[in-house]
Design a protein around this ligand. Sequence first.
Ligand code: URA
Length: 230
Amino acid sequence: MRLDRFISNLPQFNRQAARRLLASGQLRVDGAVVSDGLCEVSQFSRIELNSELLQAGKTARYFMLHKPPGVVSATAHDEHRTVLDLLDEPDKAELHLAGRLDLNTSGLLLITNDGQWSRRLTEPSSRLGKVYRVETEQPITPEYIEVFAGGLYFAYEDLTTLPAELLILSSHSALLTLHEGRYHQVKRMFGHFQNKVIGLHRLSMGAIELDPQLAPGQYRALSAAEIARC
Ligand code: URA
């Protein structure tokens, strides 16, 4: 939100008062004097009027979790344990998932309270590459490479999938890089060949790779470098 809107939304000020305060140079955002009302602030900004604290600014939190199969990618569920149940953190209600994995899929899941960051990561226009290791019931043939690179028509959504890169590792396993996240996309792509996916594991999202030190069910905070990479 813009700083002028933030100020004028406070019960003690109106738009005129907000303009005056901004011009007076009495407002600080994260310690720096700001007089431009267009300056963007968020729930993480510390906003002060002289020595009065208008907003303390929440701490932005970012985690990577090694999601095990059988745990649901949701913040609440009637039947299954959720990925949030695996986190030993305060104020879990503030957290949300930056992307999801199916119940039986394992691997990298990102969890945060920073909506702007997760939107950047997950919005379709980001074309973020997500790498999956896929195990299948039937052999994977070289023909798949071309078909996945050309895109597959999904009648239900009436769309053609973006080019995806397939690297065959062995007769029944491959690495697949997707640049979007359609419903059950990997399973449906292999389904085109009547080949059932029997194991699916996400290794990375963009430049963030699942930490190999994390056992299924474990998580850790992202480093500043990892946060900045997305
Ligand atoms: N594609 C799938 O089919 N399942 C997932 O969990 C992720 C991608």
